[in-house]
Structure formats: structure tokens, C-alpha cells
Design a protein around this ligand. Structure first.
Ligand code: DQA
Length: 145
């Protein structure tokens, strides 16, 4: 089975970006841990980060034909703005979990709404980088069943 992890804008700066909100670990640290988990469960892990909405949309389209069974996505700021990325996920019909490092509901009102949550299998917010591992485990459980 194959899981695709997508990270949106500014997440390449993880570890250096508002560490009081997002923590001190880098995206590389997070992906490395997911790769270890993937090895253990014999899952093929692919990861993609982009600051560009169009690149994220194109990567999601590609997932329709590259054998991706499941998507873990932190759309970052596009969570609150992007009907286009939402539509891409609806187009490919690949199940996904939405992840946020911070608890978006505890933050500014403009972060409370997500264009993704009503399509997602599940949503994880506020648990920091652990959220990625928990989402990965949930995805594996669904894929194994
Ligand atoms: C985020 C929350 C978003 O509101 C924000 O724009 C981000 C990161 C999170 O992981 O907590 O860039 O998705």
C-alpha cells in the first residue's frame, strides 16, 4: 500500500517558523519518523511539500494514477482559502486525513473554518508533530482492513 503525505505553504520552514506555535522539529524530522513507521508496516511513503497551490493540485491529480491509496495532508494556510485543493481531493476520490500541528479552533477566527474537514476521513489538530504519526497509524489501520 502507498501513502502520500502532502504539506502546504510555509511548512518547509517548520522548526524555524513561529516555534512557540509549531514546535522546534523540522519537516525533515517528521518525514524521517514517518519513513521509519512506513518501513515497519511495509508501506510505500511518498512526501510532497509545496508553497504553491497549483503544484499541490497537480500532485493530487498525479496521485490518481500513481497507486496512492491514502493521503495525509496539512494544507496549512490553504486550509482556510482553497476551494481548488478541496476540489482536487474530491476529484481523485482518494481518502484522506487532515492534519494541523496547532489547534486551529483555539486560534484566530479566520483559522476556524476548513474547506477540507467535511470531506476528510478524520481531522487531527493541536497535537503537534505527533499528529502526523497518529494520522499515519489511522491510515494503516484503514488500509489493512
Ligand atoms: C496549520 C494551521 C494553519 O492555520 C496555518 O496557516 C498553517 C499551519 C497547522 O499545522 O497548525 O500554516 O495548518
Amino acid at each position: 500500500a502507498s501513502i502520500l503525505v502532502i504539506n502546504g505553504p510555509n511548512l518547509n520552514m517548520l522548526g524555524r517558523r513561529e516555534p512557540e506555535i509549531y514546535g522546534s522539529e523540522t519537516l525533515g524530522d517528521v518525514i524521517e519518523r514517518l519513513e521509519m513507521l512506513a518501513d515497519r508496516f511495509d508501506i510505500r511513503l511518498r512526501d510532497f511539500q509545496s508553497n504553491s497551490e497549483s503544484a499541490i493540485i497537480e500532485r493530487i491529480h498525479q496521485a490518481m494514477d500513481d497507486g496512492t491509496d491514502y493521503i495525509l495532508i496539512n494544507p496549512a494556510a490553504y486550509t482556510h482559502t482553497s476551494v481548488a485543493i478541496r476540489d482536487a481531493l474530491a476529484t481523485v476520490q482518494i481518502p484522506f486525513i487532515e492534519i494541523h500541528l496547532s489547534n486551529i479552533h483555539k486560534r484566530e477566527p479566520f483559522r476556524h473554518h476548513s474547506y477540507f474537514s467535511d470531506l476528510a476521513d478524520g481531522v487531527i489538530a493541536g497535537l503537534g508533530t505527533l499528529g502526523y504519526e497518529l494520522a499515519f497509524q489511522a491510515a494503516v489501520n484503514k488500509l489493512i482492513k
